[in-house]
Design a protein around this ligand. Structure first.
Ligand SMILES: [Zn+2]
Length: 130
């Protein structure tokens, strides 16, 4: 038989302060204890992102392109070209050569597109100065 006060916060009968309830046997000290808040385990996952510098990006890009062109042994050549034309341009060319069907044409297209294109300074449209 459970006492009516069992498990409740009030209604116990403590004959002695700090003693046990004469009905249910719970100790007064236990009752008066404030429930401790559960500690939230903070699982701080440190995202370990590898620090990719610009050089490693270019290297991986060079690796992709040279392999895509079937010329992984010419890595250094491709690396030099890509460093010269820049990462963005290399990505552009890479996307263009992906559309070509044959491996041979890929390398040719890459070499063609990566050539220096001197921007034409058209003087056909001179600015007028007032
Ligand atoms: Zn009680």
């Amino acid at each position: 038989m459970d006492a009516a006060c069992k498990g409740k916060k009030f209604g116990h009968n403590f004959p002695v302060v700090g003693g046990l309830c004469s009905n249910c046997g719970i100790s007064q000290n236990e009752l008066s204890e404030k429930p401790k808040p559960k500690k939230l385990k903070e699982t701080l996952r440190q995202s370990l992102k590898p620090i990719r510098g610009i050089h490693s990006v270019i290297h991986s890009l060079t690796k992709d392109i040279s392999e895509y062109c079937g010329e992984p042994k010419k890595f250094a050549l491709y690396l030099g070209i890509i460093k010269r034309i820049g990462q963005d341009r290399a990505y552009q060319i890479f996307s263009e050569i992906k559309q070509s069907k044959t491996i041979k044409s890929r390398a040719k297209i890459f070499m063609y597109l990566s050539r220096d294109k001197k921007s034409k300074n058209d003087s056909t449209n001179p600015k007028r100065r007032k």
